[in-house]
Structures are given as structure tokens and as C-alpha cells.
Design a protein around this ligand. Structure first.
Ligand SMILES: CC(C)(COP(=O)(O)OP(=O)(O)OC[C@H]1O[C@@H](n2cnc3c(N)ncnc32)[C@H](O)[C@@H]1OP(=O)(O)O)[C@@H](O)C(=O)NCCC(=O)NCCS
Length: 179
């Protein structure tokens, strides 16, 4: 049976589950996610982080979501760097727990968040970056109609070095003027 996937706004009560996944997967995530201080992998550290994310959400700068499968928080998907007005765009970042990969969760979660970007946030454009080697992330984007439009040289410091990244875009909505 296909596992169910949903997304919703993050909550402070999600901090223990998020800290648990990130602490367990820390070595594997190092290739794909920026290094973080030790507190990031603890429940108190995640409580503080979630509070900051929700503060950013109240200011309209982010939509921080969690991915839920059969009642369990299994990852995060966040719309960041939201620009209103003539740009009307947001940047997608995400991860899924190593225990739940390759089951279609991120492909479905990205699709659900694109819906939030259109219906709730009124955005016109979604963007994302992936390392050249991150084929799973690229596939989840391609599954949702994203197209690569360029390579940024030495774009992000990951796993001890500056890494090239592919830039991805997905046009949203019907072309109506910004609201
Ligand atoms: C990238 C990531 C979010 C994908 O999540 P997921 O739930 O496993 O993704 P999905 O199951 O929806 O899709 C993955 C696709 O990639 C494919 N894939 C997985 N590993 C692959 C590999 N090494 N090479 C080629 N394709 C691969 C899967 O077969 C699947 O393809 P399909 O849609 O044809 O079935 C997850 O691997 C992850 O959290 N990685 C670590 C953090 C990260 O990379 N974040 C993104 C930074 S840009």
C-alpha cells in the first residue's frame, strides 16, 4: 500500500521527533545539509529553532512545514526567502528521515507545498538548489515539474568544501498579476 503523506505547519511539539531524526541521520545528512552546532540535534535546540521558524512565518518570510506519514513526523519542507510583489517567489528546502526514503514521500510533499504556495501564499514561482550529486532530490523536483536552469559554481559550503549546485525553477499559478 502507498504510504499516506501530508504536510502541515510545524509546531513546537514536533521538536522531539525532528531532533531524533536529525541526530540519527547526522552523518548521512552531512553531504546534503549545512553543518550545525551540537544543540541543533537536541530537543531544546529544535524547540528554539521551531519558535524562530514560526516567528518568521508570522512575519510572512517563511512557510515552515513538517511531512507527516501515517501520523508520524518524518521530515521537513520549508518555503523560505519569500519575496512578495513583482517577484512573488519562494525557495524550497527539505529532508526526509533516512528510515522513510524512496517511498515517494518527498515527491508528494513537494506537490502539496506547491499547492500551499499558490493557494495560501499567492506565489508565482518556486525555486530550489541541489548538489549535482543529489539525484534523489533532483528526481523529487522533476516529479513536480521543476526544470534546471543553471549551475552556480561553489555556491554552498557543505561537507568541508564549497560545492557547485544546480538551480531549479517551477512556474506556478495562472499568470495573474501579483496580489
Ligand atoms: C532528497 C530526499 C528529500 C528525497 O526524499 P524521498 O522521500 O526519498 O524522495 P521520493 O521517494 O519522493 O523520490 C526519490 C526519487 O529519487 C530516486 N533515487 C533515490 N536515490 C537515487 C540515486 N542514488 N540515484 C538516482 N535516483 C535515486 C528514487 O528512485 C525516486 O525516484 P522515482 O520518483 O522515480 O521513484 C531525501 O533523500 C533526503 O532527505 N535526502 C537528504 C537531505 C537532502 O538531500 N535534502 C535536499 C537537499 S537539496
Amino acid at each position: 500500500m502507498t504510504p499516506r503523506t501530508s504536510v502541515r505547519l510545524i509546531d513546537v511539539a514536533d521538536a522531539p521527533a525532528i531532533a531524533g531524526h536529525l541526530a540519527r541521520d547526522v552523518k548521512e545528512l552531512a553531504r546534503w545539509e549545512p553543518a550545525q552546532p551540537a544543540a541543533y540535534y537536541t530537543t531544546p535546540g529544535q524547540v528554539a529553532r521551531v519558535e524562530q521558524l514560526l516567528d518568521d512565518h508570522r512575519r510572512g518570510a517563511r512557510w515552515p512545514g513538517v511531512i507527516v506519514a501515517d501520523g508520524e513526523v518524518i521530515g521537513q519542507v520549508t518555503v523560505s526567502s519569500i519575496l512578495r510583489g513583482p517577484f512573488g517567489k519562494g525557495f524550497l528546502g527539505y529532508w526526509v528521515a533516512a528510515t522513510h526514503r524512496n517511498q515517494g514521500h518527498m515527491s508528494r510533499a513537494v506537490g502539496l507545498v506547491l499547492g500551499v504556495m499558490v493557494e495560501e501564499l499567492g506565489l508565482r514561482r518556486a525555486e530550489a538548489h541541489t548538489r549535482l550529486e543529489n539525484l534523489a532530490s533532483q528526481k523529487a523536483l522533476r516529479n513536480n515539474g521543476f526544470r534546471p536552469w543553471g549551475i552556480a559554481r561553489e555556491h554552498i559550503f557543505l561537507d568541508g568544501a564549497w560545492r557547485d549546485e544546480i538551480f531549479w525553477e517551477r512556474i506556478l499559478g495562472d499568470g495573474a498579476p501579483p496580489r
